[in-house]
Design a protein around this ligand. Structure first.
Ligand code: UDP
Length: 491
């Protein structure tokens, strides 16, 4: 008799940077691990073209994408509410919708996989007898800081925030105040408590999947396993399963790609701050001048300035009209750089751009997906972190891997100046230092490929999770034959 196929339900929290890796995980669970999957998406802005494109299933027979109704939390938030808090609220408000959606499924899924913001949904998984996993869509170092912080005496976290004392993580790299997670910057900010609660939720499942790989973060993964170090905090097995990144679309009709086709090898800097990152008007002006002064080729994804918000486009990512010349760039900039640069409003086909041979560097906010996309294409980076865990990612790239330069803001005004930008751009594209980084990035790229290839560490690690799910799936199959009315199979 044939064993039932395991069915994974994946819950993606709002934001393209969350949905993209969840989609990749679903694809990998289907092939090679033989799952059926349903992705429940909590959408951001309804009008996001980039988001709506992701709602088309790449494999409708085996990957079902269910977009839950948009939840309006405008009554619960105000202009001071952080992205983290808004995400938690949106997830909480969506739980009844998730419960009903699972209840109505013909066959109850075997496992529920949620991201960092979705652990409150574990109660729903318990109601239906499903296995529960957290998918950390960033790296193991971030995971270590997030699960360890809630176990610390509050005074330690206050000393970290107020006296700038490094946060010591047992068995792994300490977190300097300058690099710390945004949520740890101010213990008086409500986001601080919200984030600590998120950290507490992570060990409550059956395991933690991380979009990183053993060879990239060997020390941290070891610490997360070791019960005398962070293993006692993680409590459940931690599985490095990455890098899970999007492949290049086979057909691509885009102006950017046609433009890149005409440029020399490794001559172009790609500049982008992720799905929602925004810069102040002063910073945009300095960046424009820096690019122009460098006299190097560039593709720059621009968004209107936001003076007090570094993730100002988070909930409206990818819904710009993409046309016209932005009027917030220095006068004459587009005309003067016409022969060397391309300005793309709001959204660009990033995975295709980074895979293009003409691209020689990536100036990035160091979101983890962007970081992995740069690594898997062997493109060295200029690390320009804005918020969330991006400073930690930047530090890993610059100090541990030696594959990026770090943009340094002038301490007195928090703006990276044009001369500094010019220098970094030239270093990464034309100087020896950049060439060295490119070589090292190729080595990291190779290690990333090995991890997900046949016999690779991440593939093996996800196979273990898959076999846990298969065992549960068989148990459920057996139960459903024996006991009608069992809640686990809601026909
Ligand atoms: N992205 C894209 N085009 C853009 C901006 C972003 O395709 O113009 C994609 C990018 O390739 C990545 C994701 O959006 O997969 C952004 O995720 P990341 O973790 O880098 O940053 P976040 O947006 O979550 O801050």
């Amino acid at each position: 008799m044939q064993n039932p196929i395991p069915h994974a339900a994946l819950l993606a929290s709002p934001g393209l940077g969350h949905l993209i890796p969840v989609l990749e995980l679903a694809k990998t669970l289907v092939d090679p691990h033989g799952f059926r999957t349903t992705i429940f998406v909590i959408p951001i802005d309804q009008a996001s073209t980039a988001q709506n494109q992701l709602f088309k299933s790449p494999n409708p027979d085996l990957i079902d994408i269910v977009v839950l109704p948009f939840v309006d939390i405008s009554d619960l938030v105000d202009s001071t509410t952080s992205v983290v808090t808004s995400l938690v609220l949106m997830m909480r408000e969506s739980l009844p919708l998730l419960r009903s959606a699972i209840f109505e499924m013909k066959v109850t899924p075997t496992v529920l996989v949620v991201d960092l913001f979705g652990t409150e949904a574990f109660d729903v998984a318990d109601e239906f007898g499903m296995l529960k996993y957290v998918f950390d869509t960033t790296n193991a170092w971030f995971l270590a800081a997030t699960i360890y912080a809630p176990t610390l005496d509050r005074r330690v976290l206050e000393e970290h925030a107020y006296d700038k004392i490094p946060l010591r993580l047992p068995g792994c790299r300490q977190v300097l105040f300058e690099d710390t997670l945004e949520a740890f910057l101010d213990p008086k900010d409500p986001t601080f408590e919200v984030f600590l609660e998120l950290g507490k939720g992570i060990p409550k499942g059956d395991g933690i999947l991380v979009n990183s790989w053993q060879e990239l973060e060997a020390t941290t993964f070891k610490a997360l396993e070791d019960k005398s170090l962070l293993g006692r905090v993680a409590r459940v097995p931690v599985y490095p399963i990455g890098p899970l990144v999007r492949g290049v679309a086979s057909t691509q009709n885009s102006n950017v790609i046609s433009w890149l086709d005409k440029q020399p090898m490794e001559s172009v800097l790609y500049v982008s701050f992720g799905s929602g990152g925004t810069l102040s008007s002063k910073q945009i002006t300095e960046l424009a001048w820096g690019l122009e002064l460098s006299q190097q080729r560039f593709v720059w994804v621009v968004r209107p300035p936001m003076d007090d918000d570094k993730s100002g486009s988070y909930f409206s990512a990818g819904n710009g009209n993409g046309d016209g010349t932005p009027d917030f760039l220095p006068e004459g900039f587009v005309a003067r750089t016409r022969d060397i640069g391309l300005v793309v409003p709001s959204w660009a086909p990033q995975r295709e751009i980074l895979a293009h041979p003409a691209v020689g560097g990536f100036l990035s906010h160091c979101g983890w997906n962007s970081t992995l996309e740069s690594i898997t294409n062997g493109v060295p980076m200029i690390a320009w972190p804005l918020c969330a865990e991006q400073k930690m990612n930047g530090t890993m790239l610059v100090e541990e891997l030696g594959v990026a330069l770090r943009a340094q803001a002038a301490a007195y005004e928090d703006v990276v100046g044009k001369e500094e930008i010019k220098k970094m751009v030239r270093k990464i594209l034309v100087e020896e230092e950049g060439e060295e980084m490119r070589k090292r990035m190729r080595e990291v790229k190779y290690s990333a490929q090995e991890a997900v290839n046949k016999g690779g560490s991440s593939l093996k690690s996800l196979s273990q999770v898959a076999s846990n799910c298969k065992i549960r799936s068989e148990d459920l199959g057996a139960k459903s034959k024996g006991a009608r009315g069992d809640l686990l199979i809601s026909q």
